[in-house]
Design a protein around this ligand. Structure first.
Ligand code: DQA
Length: 139
C-alpha cells in the first residue's frame, strides 16, 4: 500500500502556528508516529507553499500510488488548478483538514478539492490524517 500525504502552504509551521487551532505538535513528529503505527504502509510526505509544486506532485504520484491524503490548506479555498489536478489523476484523493473549516470564516466553507475527492475528513486535529490513512486500509 503506497500512500502519500501532501500538505499545502503554512503547514510546515505546524506546532508553531496558531497552536490554539492547529495544535502544538510538529508535522514531522506526527509523521514519525504515523510511520511507527502503520509499518505495513509505504508512506511518504511532501509539503510545499507553492501551488504549482503541489499540482506537479499530484500529477507525479497520481497514476501509480494507491492513495493521496491531501491538505491543500489555504489553496483548498482558492485553487481551481489543484481541484482540476485532483480530478485529472487516477489515484483516489482524500481531502483532509485539521480544523473544522465549517466552524470558521465563511471563505473556508468553499473547497475546490472536495468535488474530485473520494471523501473529506476534517475537524479531528492531526487525527484527520490518520482517519484518512485508515480509510485506504479498510475500503
Ligand atoms: C486547514 C484549513 C484551511 O482553511 C487553512 O487555510 C489551513 C489549514 C486545516 O487543516 O485546518 O492552512 O487546511
Amino acid at each position: 500500500m503506497k500512500l502519500i500525504i501532501i500538505n499545502g502552504p503554512n503547514l510546515n509551521l505546524l506546532g508553531k502556528r496558531e497552536t490554539d487551532i492547529y495544535g502544538a505538535l510538529s508535522f514531522e513528529a506526527f509523521y514519525e508516529q504515523l510511520n511507527a503505527r502503520y509499518p505495513e504502509v509505504e508512506l511518504s510526505y511532501f509539503q510545499s507553499n507553492i501551488e504549482g509544486e503541489l499540482i506537479d506532485k499530484i500529477q507525479e504520484v497520481g497514476f501509480s500510488y494507491d492513495g493521496i491524503i491531501l491538505n491543500a490548506a489555504a489553496y483548498t479555498h482558492t485553487s481551481v488548478g489543484i481541484g482540476d489536478a485532483v480530478k485529472a489523476v487516477e489515484t483516489p484523493v482524500i481531502e483532509v483538514h485539521i480544523s473544522n473549516t465549517f466552524a470558521r470564516e465563511e471563505f473556508r466553507h468553499q473547497s475546490y478539492v472536495s468535488a474530485g475527492a473520494r471523501g473529506v475528513i476534517l475537524g479531528f486535529g492531526l487525527q484527520s490524517y490518520e482517519l484518512a490513512l485508515q480509510s485506504f486500509l479498510k475500503p
